[in-house]
Design a protein. Sequence first.
Lengths: 233, 233
Amino acid sequence: MKQSLQEQIRSDFEDLILSGALVPGERLPIEQELMQRYGCSRMTVNKALSSLATAGLIERRKRAGTFVSRPRVHSMTLEIPDLAHAVRDRGQRYRFIVLNRRIRKPSASSTNEVDLAGNGKILQIDGLHLADEIPFALEKRLISTAAVPDIVKVDFAVSPPGTWLLRHVPWTQAEARIYALAVLSVEAQHLQLEPGSPCLGLERQTWRGGERLTEVRQLFPSEQYDLVAHFGS
Amino acid sequence: MKQSLQEQIRSDFEDLILSGALVPGERLPIEQELMQRYGCSRMTVNKALSSLATAGLIERRKRAGTFVSRPRVHSMTLEIPDLAHAVRDRGQRYRFIVLNRRIRKPSASSTNEVDLAGNGKILQIDGLHLADEIPFALEKRLISTAAVPDIVKVDFAVSPPGTWLLRHVPWTQAEARIYALAVLSVEAQHLQLEPGSPCLGLERQTWRGGERLTEVRQLFPSEQYDLVAHFGS
DNA sequence: CAGTGGTCTAGACCACTGA
DNA sequence: CAGTGGTCTAGACCACTGA
């Protein structure tokens, strides 16, 4: 497990910053100084510091120098796995049931749906994700047929919409909202819960370039599914 | 707004991948080929492709070449703001009430608490976050006095524990778990809810180096607070 | 206007690994 | 074992901007 020189330089300064030996606002040595200290070329120093700047630990300003960034936001990485994989990773059998599927015009009263549809229509899929035949998540999804024309030909019994989209349609931008709610009676029935039971709600929208692709709302019965986020290591 | 050559190469391939012109698994030209195509040195090509690899759009394998990645998980950035700031950002008055505060030995039956305490003790703080005097979140926090000795002197009426820690103790690693639950009656009373009401639960642990710093469990009444995650732009 | 980082060149040797 | 990417060198010119 040999570390390259640029990784060495990077991790040296990462350690100094995270340990507090270098405090926010403090200036780092200039590249010339580090070239001498590490006995390497300027390109190597530059790559190391550039990657720290990309990671947000330092800021580089021409003529002024390189500085430790001011305390960063509490931001963590949230991994939202494909549900089919998540279920199979837990050693359970996965199945997706289509409850409702139709292609329709966007509801004119919903600016959200009009935005999503663009010049095309909307494919709406309501479905249920099952783990070992037990309801795992209830999903309502809208897909822009203008942005994803191939979607109308997909057999969702083979590949649920989320899985298919993940594999076939790259997105460049996404937003998610996570909240708790009490299920309504219709939803409760599908999920085999008492009405009013707590559920985790996850709503996501995705874009490719400026174009809306899909939006989805998923309900997970509490105790069935936890989201996990992490930072570091 | 001039674009550097490496940015040009990077964005050319980013566009090809995002538009679907290059599909997952497809091979990209080798660096020699791209040097000729762009009339530049290999280092420039290498930087462009390395940054795409870091971003996860491509994978590079020695001898085999460079390939468009197969997308795996939706990984997004989750921002967990300091609650005092989050409340004030919504234009509401913020207040923190300490419900319980004590320094104690770790419970010997809890390996988790023993791990957290290390050679020291545990400061436990239970408290309530208020927005315009309405309960916003109920918090139970454990802090290692060995890792954060200064914590015992802090007046939490001035600065709630989360805010103080964010400002004074850098962490290098964190894990969070997010779930929905039905509140128990004790908790419901503090939050002015009916027992069994749905709440969003957020549990976090933080480390500095290998050392545990704090762990916290926060309950948010549903409708009171959504977590937001995003990716891109 | 001089110090600093941004970018680039034209080479080089090496590590890895799949044909 | 040969093709590919990983890393590095010792230069260079330039853009930006703060002293």
